[in-house]
Design a binder for this molecule. Structure first.
Ligand code: NAD
Length: 330
C-alpha cells in the first residue's frame, strides 16, 4: 500500500524503515501534521498514518476520502483525535495499535512519581553548579503509601504491578474490574472514595466523553492529604484551570504530567526560541512542585518497534482482505 506518514520524526523513520523491508508497502514521510490544509498531500495514497498530535476532524476526513485514501492507520492506542463517526460515514477504516508496550508508559509514570517526589531533576541541576545543599529536597517514602489508579486496563495494571513492588496499597476505579489487579490485592471502589483516600492518584483511563475533566474542581475538593496527581494518559482528563487552583490552594500536593489538553500546539517540537502563548502551561511550569514531560511515556525502543510492526501488519491484513483485529469502530 502507498502510505502517507504524517508528523514523521527521526525515531519513527528508523523503526518503520526497519520493518518496512519485510513488507511490500511504500511510505512517504511528511513532517507536517495531517489536517484540512495538508490533506492535499494524501492525493494518490491508499492510507494515512498518524499519531496522537494529528487532529483528524470531519473536514480532513472528507478531503482525504475524496483524494482516494481508504484507511487511517493510527500509530497509537488512544483514538480520541479521530472523528470516528465521520470516518465511518466516509467509508474509511481506522486501525490502531492497542498495546505496543503498556510497561513503557507504566515505567514512565513511575519515573515521574520518583522524580517529583525525590526531586532528582533539581538535585541534578544543583550539583552541576557545585551546590550540594539538600534544602528543599525532602521527599516521602513511597513504601507504605496508597496509590489510586483510575483505569486499570493494560497500562493501569502494569503500573499497579510496579507500585505493588514498591510496597504500596492499590485503590482502583474502573467500570470493569481487572482480575489481575484484584489478585494483587487492589481494592475497587467508587471514584469519590479513591479521591479522598489516596496519597498518589494516577490516571490510566482513555479520553472519552465520560472521562473528560474527570479531575475537575469537584474531584479536587474530595482529595485529602494533598495527594500527588499524575497524568500520563490524555491531557483533557484534567481540567487544567481547576488543577492550577488546586495547586495554589495546596489541595493537590504535586503534579506530574506527560500529556496536556492543548498539547497539539506545543508538544513534539522545539519552541525554545519562541514565546509560549499558552498561559496555562506557562503557569504550570512556574510551580516548583510540577513536573512536565512532552508526551514521551511511550518512547522506548521496544514500544517504537512494536508500533511499527503492528501498524504495518494492520495494513498488510487489510490489503490481504483479512479481518483486522485492531480496527476501531465508532
Ligand atoms: P486499556 O483499554 O487497556 O485500559 C483502559 C481502561 O480504562 C479500561 O480498563 C477501561 O475499562 C477503563 N475505563 C473506561 N472508562 C473509564 C472510566 N469512566 N473511568 C475509569 N476507567 C475507565 O488502555 P491502555 O492501553 O491501558 O491505555 C490507557 C490510556 O493510556 C490510553 O487510552 C491512552 O490515552 C493512554 N496512553 C498514553 C501514552 C503516552 O505516551 N503518554 C501511551 C499509550 C497510551
Amino acid at each position: 500500500m502507498k502510505i502517507a506518514f504524517f508528523t514523521a520524526k527521526s525515531y519513527d523513520k528508523y523503526y518503520f524503515n526497519q520493518q518496512l523491508a519485510k513488507t511490500q508497502h511504500e511510505i512517504t514521510y511528511f513532517e507536517d501534521a495531517l489536517n484540512a490544509e495538508t490533506a492535499i498531500l494524501t492525493r494518490g495514497f491508499d492510507a494515512v498514518c498518524v499519531f496522537v498530535n494529528n487532529m483528524v476532524d470531519r473536514e480532513t476526513i472528507g478531503l482525504i476520502a475524496d483524494y482516494g485514501v481508504k484507511v487511517i492507520a493510527l500509530r497509537s492506542a488512544g483514538v480520541n483525535n479521530i472523528d470516528l463517526q465521520a470516518a465511518d460515514g466516509a467509508g474509511l477504516q481506522v486501525f490502531r495499535v492497542p498495546a505496543y508496550s503498556p510497561e513503557a508508559v507504566a515505567e514512565h509514570t513511575a519515573a515521574l512519581i520518583l522524580t517529583l517526589n525525590r526531586k532528582t531533576h533539581k538535585a541534578y541541576n544543583r550539583v552541576r553548579e557545585n551546590n550540594f545543599s539538600l534544602e528543599g529536597l525532602t521527599g516521602f517514602n513511597i513504601h507504605g503509601k496508597t496509590v489510586g489508579v483510575i483505569g486499570t486496563g493494560k497500562i493501569g495494571a502494569a503500573f499497579c504491578r510496579i507500585m505493588k513492588g514498591m510496597g504500596c496499597s492499590i485503590n482502583a476505579y474502573d467500570p470493569y474490574q481487572n482480575e489481575e489487579v484484584i489478585n494483587m490485592g487492589g481494592k475497587y471502589m467508587e471514584l469519590d472514595e479513591l479521591l479522598s483516600n489516596s496519597n498518589i492518584i494516577s490516571l490510566h483511563c482513555p479520553l472519552i466523553p465520560e472521562t473528560k475533566h474527570i479531575i475537575n474542581r469537584e474531584a479536587i475538593e474530595k482529595m485529602n492529604d494533598s495527594p500527588m496527581l499524575i497524568n500520563t494518559s490524555r491531557g483533557a482528563l484534567i481540567n487544567t484551570g481547576d488543577v492550577i487552583d488546586g495547586l495554589k490552594e495546596k489541595k493537590i500536593g504535586s503534579l506530574g504530567i506527560d500529556v496536556y489538553e492543548q498539547e497539539e500546539h506545543i508538544f513534539f517540537q522545539d519552541l525554545s526560541e519562541q514565546v509560549i502563548q499558552d498561559d496555562e502551561i506557562a503557569r504550570l511550569m512556574a510551580f516548583p512542585n510540577v513536573l512536565i514531560t512532552g508526551h514521551q511515556a511511550f518512547l522506548t525502543k521496544e514500544a517504537l518497534n512494536e508500533i511499527a510492526k503492528t501498524t504495518l501488519n494492520n495494513l498488510s491484513a487489510y490489503e490481504a482482505g483479512e479481518e483486522v483485529g485492531n480496527q476501531v469502530r465508532p
